[in-house]
Write a protein that binds this ligand. Structure first.
Ligand code: SF4
Length: 412
């Protein structure tokens, strides 16, 4: 590697580490600085289709979704006025700051073109799903068919989850509700054609009667009808079915990948943190059996689980990531972002250094079991994470804006 390439890689790694820090601490700023940004016109505004990720509520005014650093690292936006990392506007550019020192100018996410459109029933597409800008592999559309979770009625919500609180705070004002398969498929078609969506995720809270499978298969059939494509690189996010043979139906459907989210690994934590998943779906051992069954049906790297890292001790989660990688399952290990309105509101997630160590250890486990950046992207919930950035950097794949054209990946 040349001296110049080494310097670029070092800067890139500093930006990825900073992304970890922003993910934990959030961003300190006064929302009035966005009067100079055309949010909802040229730049993408937040729409709360499932979770609130900001650390402060913001009814009645827009905030951005994310931004990119000089080396093309995408950061998710989280507002938190207690943070030592912030954004200022200098009259011309938005600048990322840390402890009052200016770091670099940033570029906010452009608004996708399909956000201007609505479905045949008049529902604006921007309320259908979360669109995240990607890099090398494309962008992601993550649709929550239901923005509420039926576990609430039984008092069994997962303790970290704020889906129901988010719906109560924002859904009516933002026009977010239940989506029928036709609407989802029309939005996906436009997002693929106009805004480079290459991965589709279908998720949602629990619905009464656990009738997910019929709904998911309806969506998949409608996608094939509307878009004309059977291979839409879709991930179905489901709760572990009591009858594991239901997974066969997903494996035979056009969904390429499947996700069954454990959230924590240790059996005692599982019972306490996920009371609904524990009591309604056969318990933690059954969830692991479901992941194993799915890996045999879908194949290595086509199944994922998600962990909310930082709730349980690190060695527990890492034991789960290692075991699951050995049976063909990729773990997403996004750091625990303490959710406004969740039962754990007011708690703290571990410090950035804790999460940075976790991200690197997870990346090493995935590499040891021969999973690649693209495997990770194809089961991801959004377009980029710290772990996917680390995998891409290790594989020599990373777009470097301003030094090369926006879509060019360079070998570092
Ligand atoms: S199953 Fe748990 S994580 Fe999923 S929406 Fe319901 S409460 Fe939230």
């Amino acid at each position: 590697m040349s001296f110049a390439a080494q310097a670029v890689k070092e800067s890139l790694m500093r930006e990825i580490e900073l992304k970890d820090e922003v993910g934990v601490e959030g961003l300190n700023l006064e929302p009035s600085i966005f009067h100079h940004l055309a949010l909802g016109a040229e730049y993408q505004e937040q729409v709360h289709t499932l979770f609130e990720r900001d650390h402060e509520p913001h009814e009645g005014f827009y905030l951005p979704c994310g931004f990119k650093s000089p080396h093309g690292v995408r950061f998710a936006f989280k507002w938190d006025r207690r943070s030592y990392i912030g954004i200022i506007y200098d009259g011309e550019n938005y600048i990322l700051t840390k402890r009052g020192k200016e770091l670099f100018p940033i570029e906010f996410d452009k608004r996708p073109e399909y956000f201007k459109l609505s479905g045949s029933d008049g529902t604006p597409f921007k309320t259908v799903g979360g669109y995240t800008h990607g890099d090398i592999a494309g962008s992601v559309l993550n649709v929550a068919y239901s923005n509420e979770c039926a576990l609430k009625d039984k008092g069994l919500d997962c303790l970290f989850c704020n889906a129901n609180a988010t719906a109560a705070r924002y859904a009516k004002k933002e026009g977010v509700g239940w989506k029928n398969p036709r609407l989802i498929d029309e939005a996906l078609k436009s997002a693929r054609e106009m805004d480079g969506v290459t991965h589709f995720v279908l998720t949602g809270g629990f619905i009464p009667e656990r009738r997910e499978v019929d709904y998911y298969l309806d969506v998949a059939d409608a996608i094939a009808d509307i878009t004309g494509v059977k291979d839409f690189n879709g991930t179905a996010v489901i709760g572990a079915p009591l009858d594991l043979e239901i997974i066969d139906k997903y494996a035979e459907s056009p969904f390429d990948t499947i996700s069954i989210n454990l959230e924590v690994w240790d059996p005692h934590y599982f019972e306490v943190i996920n009371p609904g998943k524990s009591q309604q779906c056969g318990g933690r051992d059954h969830w692991i059996k479901a992941l194993d069954y799915a890996a045999k049906k879908f194949g290595k790297g086509k199944v994922r689980t998600s962990f909310v890292t930082g709730i349980e001790p690190k060695p527990f989660t890492l034991e789960g990531v290692e075991y699951l990688a050995s049976i063909g399952v990729i773990s997403l290990t996004g750091g625990w972002n303490v959710g406004l309105g969740s039962a754990l509101e007011g708690h703290r997630t571990p410090e950035p250094a804790w999460h940075w160590d976790m991200h690197n250890k997870v990346k090493d486990i995935l590499k040891k079991h021969d999973y690649k950046y693209l495997d990770y992207f194809n089961v991801s919930a959004g377009a980029t994470t710290v772990v996917s950035d680390l995998l891409a950097a290790d594989e020599g794949l990373f777009p470097v804006q301003r030094t090369l054209s926006e879509k060019t990946a360079i070998a570092l």
